[in-house]
Ligand binder design. Structure first.
Ligand code: FMN
Length: 224
């Protein structure tokens, strides 16, 4: 966190100087008659998560960001797509009703104000029915040592109590910053070991990023 603040301070100085610039196993029916031995093809929408159904929920911001310049796809979104591809999970993006500024510094200022006010910025779209899912991957960038406030709006709207939540985040030096605990405390979900990765790795070194994603899925017991 301290390192990121130092980097932020340096970046702000620089900006000022430059004038701102497989399907689920069949359940036993409980009847005594043996089940007919016909192969049921895996449904397309079933996740490859050891028979469990999975959903990737993520928040990610494109445009100008720290150390990567203007990007078309947010760093966390890159990881979200890798996880969805590897597991066959459905995806849901947490989208703020009012997009954050495209420029980095104004975005950090707004995010800081929202955090200080413990705001719940409005988010758009139909919220997912999480009762359908056994595993929820939750992705976000670290913003001021926390989750972006729209993630808390999501927690207010979608109850994750008792669900298995696997957090993954991108950052530029702060690491997880205790966000796995914040998620557990706020949602009362069962939180697995988290994946944390520098956003620059996700954005610029996708081979390495994918290796880390797959290793993490294995570590937390998602059978691919
Ligand atoms: C508003 C804002 C606040 C940030 N706060 C932090 C921070 O506290 N610690 C850190 O390491 N990086 C911080 N960063 C950097 C982001 O966490 C990092 O660039 C991340 O990969 C962005 O992911 P995204 O493209 O999916 O939004 C911040 C970036 C922004 C825009």
């Amino acid at each position: 966190m301290k390192k990121w603040f130092t980097m932020m301070a340096l970046a702000l100085c620089a900006l000022t100087l430059t004038a701102c610039g497989g399907g689920a196993p069949a359940k036993s029916s409980g009847s005594s008659a043996p089940a007919p031995k016909t192969e049921t093809p895996a449904k397309k929408d079933e996740a490859k998560t050891d028979g469990k159904r999975a959903l990737v929920v993520y928040f990610s911001r494109a445009d100008e960001n720290y150390n990567v310049g203007y990007i078309e796809k947010g760093n966390t979104r890159i990881l979200a797509e890798m996880i969805a591809e590897a597991t066959g999970a459905d995806t849901f993006e947490i989208k703020p009703a009012k997009p954050y500024p495209k420029e980095y510094t104004p975005a950090t200022e707004l995010a800081k104000k929202e955090k200080n006010e413990n705001a719940r910025p409005e988010i758009v779209g139909t919220m997912p029915d999480v009762s359908k899912y056994d595993v929820i991957f939750l992705g976000y960038p670290i913003w001021w040592g926390d989750l972006p406030m729209p993630c808390y709006t999501f927690f207010d709207k979608v109850k994750l109590e008792g669900k298995t939540v696997a957090p993954f985040c991108t950052h530029e030096g702060s690491g997880l910053s205790g966000t796995d605990r914040y998620i557990a405390d706020t949602t009362k979900a069962k939180v697995t070991g988290a994946l944390e990765m520098k956003g620059t790795t996700a954005q610029k070194n996708q081979g390495e990023a994918k290796k880390e994603v797959l290793a993490w899925l294995k570590k937390i017991g998602i059978d691919l």
